[in-house]
Design a protein around this ligand. Structure first.
Ligand code: EPZ
Length: 423
């Protein structure tokens, strides 16, 4: 197991943003909908992407990932055998559950392991199942697996809102099943995240008929067959937001290349409120110049276009160094606060009360031995480490390898003092 050793750093220079993990994963699952070849560009080289490659290979696809280009070729999927996404792969990555919709649509049969608990709190799949049942699937849960079958899927009107609003991967799952269903489907309260918009654009490129991408109402006219395509994945807005947070916390001006600022409006707005001058060039280059003193702010996480839950931890790390008291309300995953105790070990003063965290800014944080608990919390600890006196040892960094491409070399290129060592 590896650990990161991180020293207080002043960052400078520019960083190039990779392709979006959370856009790439459902699109990889969507290749199950076609027997033709797909060439997907800007795919990040990450552990989660490799896990999805393993699942797709198990289902009969031939895959190569070479310098960001993913080539997916189809062996004919054997109907009787290869409709299973096994637990040993699904348990490591919840996104694999979104093979359920495409498998069901293509083979009329699917058996996908139910993802287990998760460190960021309960993550049910009731909306996925409800949407697929609405399309006519017969779904049973047996021995840890979700088994789905249908003679045919039939288009219908589906309301997909849940207790915490829309669901990104439930929208992906139901949408991918609906594109090959008979007749018209409307998904109401669909997720509007850029990653879903990107999935819709991919599906349209392979021949699906969909209207309403980026809005809460998706209208789908089922088609009989889909084709192959070439497609480029959008930039990773969460990676870009993570570097914005790092710039703020270390009070270092940096330049971000290759992000889409339109996917980052709430984040850029929040960074400006905390005290950064942010300029965006015509070519979408983002220049961030943080103020010498950070201001406290209140942040509430919401579905897109609201402030993303996937950046809550990283911005909390910044607010630990603001001059005053900030409040964070976590409206998507009310238990996503594993990083609080670790930040407090570094001298932060954060009190958690249910879905709220009250952060009393401190002048300094101090390096410590700390434990990464999930992907985004790990990024928050790296940010805190770069902004702390002395050095920090971050244990269990395998989480960060799931979702940040070349994180060490990217921070090093920005003059971040960070290295990987054996734990
Ligand atoms: C996606 O997860 C992302 N994962 C998550 O990123 C992200 O945090 C999340 O969306 C929210 O933006 C991928 O795209 C691979 P949801 P997803 O279903 O789709 C509740 C990361 O670090 N809900 O949109 O699983 C759920 O509990 C990861 O990259 C139900 O109630 O999240 C939550 O409160 C972590 N029933 C809310 O909806 C369901 O059936 C939104 O979750 C499904 C979800």
């Amino acid at each position: 197991m590896d650990k990161f050793v991180v020293y207080k750093s002043k960052l400078s220079g520019e960083v190039k943003i990779s392709g979006s993990k959370n856009a790439a994963l459902p699109i990889m699952a969507a290749t199950l909908l076609t027997d033709q070849d797909c060439l997907i560009y800007n795919v990040p080289d990450l552990k989660d992407v490799k896990t999805m490659i393993g699942i797709l290979e198990g289902l009969g696809k031939k895959i190569k990932l070479n310098r960001g280009t993913l080539s997916v070729k189809s062996n004919k999927i054997k109907k009787t055998k290869n409709f299973i996404a096994p637990y040993n792969l699904v348990r490591t990555m919840r996104a694999s559950f979104c093979c359920l919709g495409p498998l069901l649509a293509k083979l009329k049969k699917a058996k996908v392991a139910l993802p287990g608990g998760c460190v960021i709190g309960p993550r049910p799949v009731d909306l996925h199942i409800k949407g697929l049942r609405d399309l006519g699937a017969d779904i049973t849960i047996e021995r840890g697996y979700c088994q789905a079958k249908a003679k045919k899927l039939k288009g219908t009107h589906i309301y997909l809102g849940g207790a915490f609003g829309s669901s990104v991967l439930a929208t992906a799952n139901v949408l991918m099943a609906a594109v090959l269903a008979e007749g018209d489907t409307v998904i109401e309260h669909a997720a509007c995240e850029p990653e879903i918009e990107c999935l819709v654009l991919f599906l349209k490129k392979i021949g699906a008929r969909i209207e309403g991408e980026g809005t809460p109402i998706l209208k789908i006219r089922g088609v009989k067959k889909l084709s192959g395509c070439e497609f480029k994945i959008i930039p990773d807005r969460i990676e870009a937001g993570t570097f914005i947070a790092a710039s703020l916390a270390t009070k270092s001006p940096i330049t971000i290349k290759g992000a889409n600022p339109l996917h980052l409006t709430s984040v850029i707005e929040t960074a400006r409120r905390i005290g950064a001058e942010i300029k965006i060039d015509k070519d979408s280059t983002i220049f961030i110049k943080p103020a010498k003193k950070l201001k406290p702010v209140n942040i509430t996480t919401f579905p897109f276009p609201g402030f993303p839950t996937d950046l809550q931890a990283q911005f909390m790390a910044c607010l630990c160094l603001a001059e005053g008291i900030s409040l964070i309300a976590e409206k998507i995953y009310p238990d996503r606060f594993m990083h609080v105790a670790e930040l407090n070990r570094m001298g932060a003063s954060i009190q958690r009360n249910g879905p709220y965290a009250i952060i009393e800014g401190k002048e300094k944080l101090y390096g410590a031995e700390i434990m990464a608990s999930d992907l985004r919390a790990s990024a928050a600890l790296v940010i805190a480490g770069l902004a702390s006196e002395g050095n920090s040892q971050i244990l269990r960094v395998y989480h960060i390898d799931r979702g940040y491409e070349k994180i060490i070399s990217k921070f090093r290129k920005l003059n971040g003092k960070i290295k990987r060592e054996k734990q």
